[in-house]
Design a protein around this ligand. Structure first.
Ligand code: HEC
Length: 199
């Protein structure tokens, strides 16, 4: 009798473990499907919003500049060296801004900004959490941390702020899946803000 009880207890135990495993598998399976959809949504948004216009280096062809897909979303290509010499006097009073030929760097009254590396390499968004990414996109915070400087043009923060958290998460999930590219983008060189207007 005692032996039978032990067997029964073991049998119940095995059944419970088996049930848990089934539930676990189902939950895991569902999660996977969700994230496949989420990544696809993220790719759709990145392609349609055009993050690559600024964040992907381009090669010049007879058809005009085309994205260099080997360097997809890896930002201003640091291997090209600096921007060289140019006259900044034209941008000082805010009437003009200059764009690098492949649109990955810009010079304006705010200073010089370089499109960031958005690939999952350590030199890009590798160490970023979703919360960092959300703060960068929705609050325009450099590196996605509190108390950092505001992101400057031409990063379209005023437009991207309108994305829902769900869409920002989808973009983040997609960016985690693209090819990591090692490319340490130079830091922005920002001008001090203009003095307050005298009255
Ligand atoms: C019109 C050009 C342009 C477009 C379009 C653009 N960006 Fe940017 N982005 C920039 C520039 C330039 C910077 C650097 C700004 C700075 O240093 O202040 C930047 C910075 C960023 C940063 C912050 C990086 C950091 O180190 O803090 C993230 C994240 C980012 N962009 C993501 C995106 C995503 C995602 C999209 C598309 C949904 C996008 N950007 C579209 C130009 C652009």
């Amino acid at each position: 009798m005692k032996q039978f009880m032990y067997l029964a207890v073991i049998a119940i135990g095995v059944t419970i473990v088996a049930c848990n495993e089934t539930t676990g598998n189902t939950a895991g399976g569902e999660k996977k499907t969700d994230s496949v959809e989420e990544v696809a949504r993220g790719k759709y948004l990145v392609d349609a919003v055009g993050c690559g216009d600024c964040h992907t280096p381009k090669t010049m062809t007879p058809q005009g500049p085309v994205p260099d897909m080997e360097k997809f979303l890896s930002g201003y290509d640091a291997s090209q060296g600096g921007l060289g010499k140019f006259d900044t006097s034209i941008v000082r009073d805010g009437r003009w801004a200059l764009l690098k030929g492949d649109l990955t760097a810009a010079v304006g009254p705010w200073g010089i900004t370089y499109a960031a590396n958005l690939t999952p390499d350590d030199t890009g968004l590798g160490g970023w959490t979703y919360e960092n990414f959300r703060k960068a996109i929705k609050e325009g915070k450099y590196r996605g941390v509190d108390n950092s400087r505001p992101l400057m043009p031409p990063m379209p923060v005023p437009a991207l702020k309108n994305l829902t958290d769900e869409d920002v998460k989808a973009i983040y999930s997609y960016l985690k899946t693209i090819k990591p590219v090692k490319n340490l983008v130079p830091p922005a060189q920002l001008n001090p803000p203009p003095p307050p207007a005298a009255n």
